[in-house]
Design a binder for this molecule. Structure first.
Ligand code: PMV
Length: 362
């Protein structure tokens, strides 16, 4: 059945909660994701310049616990205490305060409570692995669980869409961490139901050649990156290649969608690598320009290209906004890849197994 997108106003509750609980405890987790078609450039409140497509990274997760206590009087804004890996972090506090300000119109019941959050990642944050995606994904899931507790009659489809909508208001890429394993966020003519407000599950059947995919992240750089994604997005507004980038991303998403459906790894890999290089080329040609790759990133790219050329193994790379390299391949080729790239065993890495179960047509 074709999904008709919700509009922003649909996410504003029409009535006060059916009940106010005195206390509420919740716990959930969300995985990170890696964009194959990149979201780079936005307007307003996280409205993407182009549609993006991603794989969930099921083993790279943020787990968050929440405790809500009813206040005697609602506060003027959401009162919260947020601990990440056991400690407060002023940077996160600022981002989360801005997030609560943005979402309060859609969740007006939040200031009736005092909130305590405890959050942990099982991977390094701010290292070009989308930690804000899993972080805000987990937060959005928790808040929607809470909404469900206050509005027990809310429909599952509505809550599912609203989860991604709320996650997006924390961090654009987070919209794609609560759907999947393959998600599309942003309006695209080839993808029915796609829209700018929240991500949807890739709506077509995926070929069995993509049934089991591995994303191996080489942790080449664990320091916080020098230019944040927020700063990077802002530079696209006046970027000389903005118009052609929008057109390129549109065509790439059509091509990637087709390759997932036909099982064409070669086309998939070519588009994926072009997207990664374009993302970084956009950074290198911004004003001011900057480079997030490291010499080791380029060295590894070359090794992957050499391996592909000499063996024909379908092994490709992508990059997030950082120096760490994501190597993507059908899981069945892993042994051959490891045997050929001996250095892999001595390099810090994260393995994510993406299981894409072919859909039954309904
Ligand atoms: O979600 P943000 O605002 O951190 O932006 C993420 C942008 C990229 O990670 C570079 C690409 C993407 O689509 O995830």
């Amino acid at each position: 059945m074709l999904h008709r997108p919700y509009q922003e106003k649909d996410f504003i509750p029409r009535s006060t909660p059916e009940l106010y609980l005195d206390n509420w405890n919740g716990e959930t987790y969300a995985p990170s994701n890696i964009a194959l078609i990149k979201y780079w450039g936005k307007s307003g409140l996280q409205i993407p310049m182009n549609a993006s497509l991603s794989f969930l990274l099921p083993q790279s997760i943020t787990r968050t616990r929440a405790k809500a206590t009813l206040l005697k009087q609602p506060a003027g804004r959401v009162l919260f205490n947020f601990r990440f890996q056991g400690a407060e972090n002023p940077d996160f506090n600022r981002k989360i305060a801005a997030f609560f300000d943005r979402i309060s119109v859609f969740m007006p019941f939040l200031p009736y409570y005092k909130w305590e959050f405890e959050s942990t990642n099982n991977f390094p944050h701010s290292a070009g692995i989308a930690s804000s995606a899993s972080g805000f994904g987990a937060l959005a899931k928790l808040l929607i669980d809470f909404e469900k507790a206050l509005y027990p009659h809310a429909g599952p489809d509505y809550l599912y869409r609203k989860t991604s909508f709320i996650a997006r208001l924390g961090s654009g890429s987070a919209a794609r961490s609560v759907t999947g394993p393959v998600s599309v966020w942003g309006s695209h003519p080839d993808i029915p139901g796609s829209n700018d407000l929240y991500a949807i599950d890739f709506p077509f059947e995926i070929h069995q050649n993509f049934g089991q995919v591995t994303d191996l992240i080489l942790l080449l750089e664990k320091e916080k990156k020098e230019v944040s994604s927020t700063q990077g997005h802002a530079l696209i507004d006046t970027h000389p290649f903005k118009k052609s980038r929008i057109e390129q991303a549109r065509q790439h998403l059509s091509g990637l969608s087709a390759s997932l459906q036909t099982g064409d790894w070669e086309q998939f890999g070519k588009i994926t690598e072009t997207e990664a290089l374009t993302l970084h080329a956009m950074m290198m040609t911004s004003d001011p320009y900057y480079i997030l790759m490291q010499p080791s990133t380029l060295r590894w790219i070359k090794q992957i290209w050499d391996l592909r050329k000499s063996t024909g193994i379908p092994v490709y790379f992508t990059l997030d906004a950082g120096a760490n390299l994501h190597i993507i391949y059908p899981t069945s080729y892993e042994k051959r890849i490891f045997d050929n790239l001996e250095e892999i065993s001595q390099t810090d890495k994260l393995l994510n197994r993406i299981e894409i179960i072919p859909r039954n047509s309904d």
